[in-house]
Ligand binder design. Structure first.
Ligand code: 5GP
Ligand code: SF4
Ligand code: MG
Length: 465
């Protein structure tokens, strides 16, 4: 999911809509905006579908006056999957004795089911099936004297990954979980401030990128300035390494470097680790593009757009049903036949999950007359599900959960298949010695199976890490 908030600008809703539009790659199922205006109080609009289809009409935007606002774009990783129900669309809103507050959450709360059970036993009435709603109910139960205090107390009970943006009538609040699994950044826009999942959402509104919110940090932002707290027990940060590989936009800055540059590095590492003789390096667009460029630069094999993408389709993986996902690849990608015929082709993609994309693409490339097909993947085999806010399927559906690299190669029927190693990936993101086995600086659980936060709801349901 993507979160965005702004304070101290005229027409906050327009800024939030633009910010969410820049974060659309983080969630495409639904979106919502909450603002506050002294005359109208809290205003909200929550809609199914894309930001550009919902938050552009005067009809909707007129519902959202005010100089402070937050928003959310949703991609269901918890709660109702498949069809997002309207009631699961964020931001969520609560009335407390000291006034109202709205919250938008990116990540996944790993003890949400346990919290929900306890809260329901003690009288909370849940409106949605979303894990994020727990935060509002925990805030309602808190004795804290103001909303930031209540939010602190609530978030101390929550486990897992959260980058939260919240607002009261006058305050914009941002908080990252102690491990900082999901990103959150602070920007300056005119005399106001913005919080966003990624810096690309600051760029679109002309905001200056000030800094990342630190893991475990809570900021309370008013028109007067930024106050910072550290409400949690300090922990070693474990940022999601997959944000570098796939999830974040390539023009965003993560850890002081553009995601594009990191992805190009990943491609270079991959070329060093898994060289092969070929005529062309082609990306599986768009997610494989920067890594393919890196692979080509490192290997000296020419880069070519062997597969052309129709830009009017969303990301296939994110479409929730299996049937749409299966069709999706062909609807979105087409082979540039003239270029491919008779060639030995290296195809670079960011990841193999179910193997659906690779399978379809291999068929299309061979169909177009390629002589050889070599897959190079910019992440290690995805062998474990993510419980921290990226929608990977159950373990059984992951190709790498049951097959070795060689078996996957045979299964996909390609001439070769190689994944970057975990060490190579760490080197590419800037850890010069690769992955330090005792205390990795990132979360890499979907590749290693080492979960930095025990996924306790899942363990209760029988999952074995
Ligand atoms: P597969 O087709 O193997 O199931 O999925 C891999 C493809 O899905 C890759 O091309 C990748 O770009 C895309 N993808 C989209 N969203 C996600 C996501 O959340 N996780 C992963 N691992 N891949 C995703
Ligand atoms: Fe990121 Fe993978 Fe960890 Fe999920 S399990 S937070 S996708 S590295
Ligand atoms: Mg892709």
């Amino acid at each position: 999911c993507g979160v965005f908030g702004v304070v101290g600008v005229t027409d906050a809703a327009n800024f939030v809509a633009l910010g969410l539009h820049a974060l659309q790659h983080r969630g495409q199922e639904a979106g919502g905006i909450v603002t506050h205006h002294p005359d109208t109080g809290f205003n909200q609009a929550r809609r199914m579908g894309l930001v550009r289809d919902n938050f552009t009409s005067a009809e909707t935007m007129e519902l959202l006056p005010g100089t402070i606002g937050i928003g959310h774009v949703r991609y269901s990783t918890a709660g109702n999957k498949g069809q997002t129900a309207m009631r699961d669309v964020q931001p969520f809103f609560g009335e407390f004795s000291m006034g109202g507050a709205a919250i938008a959450h990116n990540g996944n709360i790993t003890n949400a089911l346990q919290l929900r059970r306890e809260l329901i036993e003690r009288g909370s009435i849940f409106q949605s099936s979303s894990d994020s709603e727990c935060i509002i109910h925990l805030m309602a139960r808190s004795m804290g004297r103001n909303i930031p205090d209540r939010m602190e107390e609530a978030l101390r009970k929550v486990e897992g990954a959260f980058s939260v943006v919240a607002m009261t009538r006058t305050k914009l609040i941002g908080c990252r979980d102690p491990l900082g699994v999901r990103p959150l950044v602070l920007g300056r826009v005119g005399d106001g401030w913005a919080l966003a999942s990624e810096t690309c959402a600051l760029d679109i509104i002309g905001a200056e990128f000030i800094r990342e919110i630190a893991p475990g940090e809570m900021v309370v932002v008013t028109e007067k300035g930024v106050e910072s707290h550290f409400p949690f027990r300090p922990a070693k940060s474990r940022f999601c390494i997959f944000e570098h590989v796939y999830f974040s936009r390539p023009d965003s800055i993560l850890g002081g470097r553009s995601v594009y540059e990191t992805r190009e590095n990943i491609g270079r590492e991959l070329a060093k680790e898994a060289a092969v003789e070929a005529d062309l390096v082609c990306p599986v667009p768009d997610s494989g593009t920067p890594a393919a460029i890196g692979y080509s630069l490192q290997s000296g094999i020419p880069y070519a757009m062997g597969i052309i993408r129709n830009n009017y389709m969303g990301r296939t993986f994110i479409e929730p049903t299996e049937q749409i996902r299966n069709m999706g690849v062909r609807l979105k990608l087409n082979v540039n036949r003239a270029l491919i015929k008779g060639k030995r082709v290296i195809l670079v993609d960011d990841s193999v999950v179910r193997g659906t994309t690779s399978q379809k693409i291999k068929e299309m490339i061979l169909d177009a007359g390629a002589k050889e097909v070599h897959f190079r993947i910019a992440s290690p085999p995805t062998a474990w599900p993510c419980f921290y806010g990226v929608d990977t399927p159950q373990r059984e559906k992951l190709l790498a959960a049951t097959m070795s690299e060689e078996e996957m190669c045979t299964h996909l029927g390609v001439d070769s298949l190689r994944f970057i190693t975990l060490d190579g990936l760490y080197r590419a993101v800037g850890e010069s010695k690769g992955r330090d086995k005792t205390s990795p600086a990132y979360c890499d659980a979907c590749f290693s199976g080492e979960y930095p936060v025990a996924p306790s709801d899942m363990i209760e349901q029988g999952f074995q890490a």
